[in-house]
Design a protein around this ligand. Structure first.
Ligand SMILES: C[S@@+](CC[C@H](N)C(=O)[O-])C[C@H]1O[C@@H](n2cnc3c(N)ncnc32)[C@H](O)[C@@H]1O
Length: 226
């Protein structure tokens, strides 16, 4: 999926992937199961291909610093404006950097191409939340995405990765089906890969059912950069 595809989706308001609810796995693993509140200010969570995800709001309200990357300026401005956050804007190399310090922890979003990020941009990132990001990319882009992720991260950085698995003959992506075998093939060289849980979600996913899916499993992994 080229960037022009996504820019068009945003300008046509075709953003069915955007959720009003906070992701339950994020709240579980970074909330009740996560580090104590007083330790969170030391942590910075990278949200790749972040859209205008409310998960970033939750992370900041829960004392995690947030760093997102998103190609669409409509999405980035939408995030700050819809959540009534003041923001500053600056040019940074190929990207535009938006920053808000209204909430307990700072939120920064780079508006530009994920594949142009440098390791120095993720210098102090400790954690990554990948929901609807890997699975937004077609199979021919996923190895480059996983390799770029490895290039950007220091050893020890943790990722919470949420994937979807379904019969890909039932629906054209995005989102795309990503199997456990593929997750291992993409990441196992550079990351330890732990499957945390999986859940049958077909009943809850009305939009994807309407697009033709008859079964759908969400799987959550913890990756740690070796
Ligand atoms: C399926 S959406 C998911 C958004 C977000 N993760 C969420 O949970 O709502 C994928 C997002 O990635 C953005 N995107 C796609 N390719 C990108 C790239 N190469 N660099 C930066 N953003 C990109 C799109 O504009 C879109 O907002």
């Amino acid at each position: 999926m080229e960037i022009t595809f996504w820019l068009e989706r945003w300008s046509n308001n075709q953003t069915g992937f955007h959720q009003q609810k906070i992701n339950p796995y994020l709240m579980y693993f970074y909330g009740e199961k996560g580090p104590a509140v007083e330790q969170r200010e030391k942590l910075k969570v990278f949200v790749p291909l972040c859209g205008k995800s409310k998960d970033m709001l939750w992370l900041s309200q829960n004392r995690y610093r947030v760093f997102g990357v998103e190609c669409s300026d409509l999405a980035v401005k939408g995030f700050f404006e819809e959540n009534a956050l003041n923001y500053k804007y600056a040019e940074k190399g190929q990207h535009a950097l938006y920053q808000s310090s209204d909430l307990p922890s700072q939120i920064e979003i780079f508006q530009g191409d994920f594949f142009e990020l440098q390791a120095s941009d993720l210098e102090d990132v400790t954690d990554i939340f990948d929901r609807a990001s890997l699975v937004a990319l077609p199979v021919e882009m996923r190895q480059s995405y996983a390799d770029k992720m490895a290039e950007l991260q220091k050893p020890g950085v943790r990722t919470l990765l949420v994937t979807l698995t379904f019969d890909h003959t039932e629906m054209n992506g995005p989102p795309f089906s990503v199997t456990e075998d593929e997750v291992n093939a993409l990441y196992a060289n550079n990351f330890s890969v732990q499957k945390l849980l999986f859940k049958d979600v077909i009943e809850e996913e009305h939009g994807l059912r309407n697009r033709g899916l008859t079964s759908l499993v969400e799987t959550v992994y913890k990756l740690v950069r070796k």
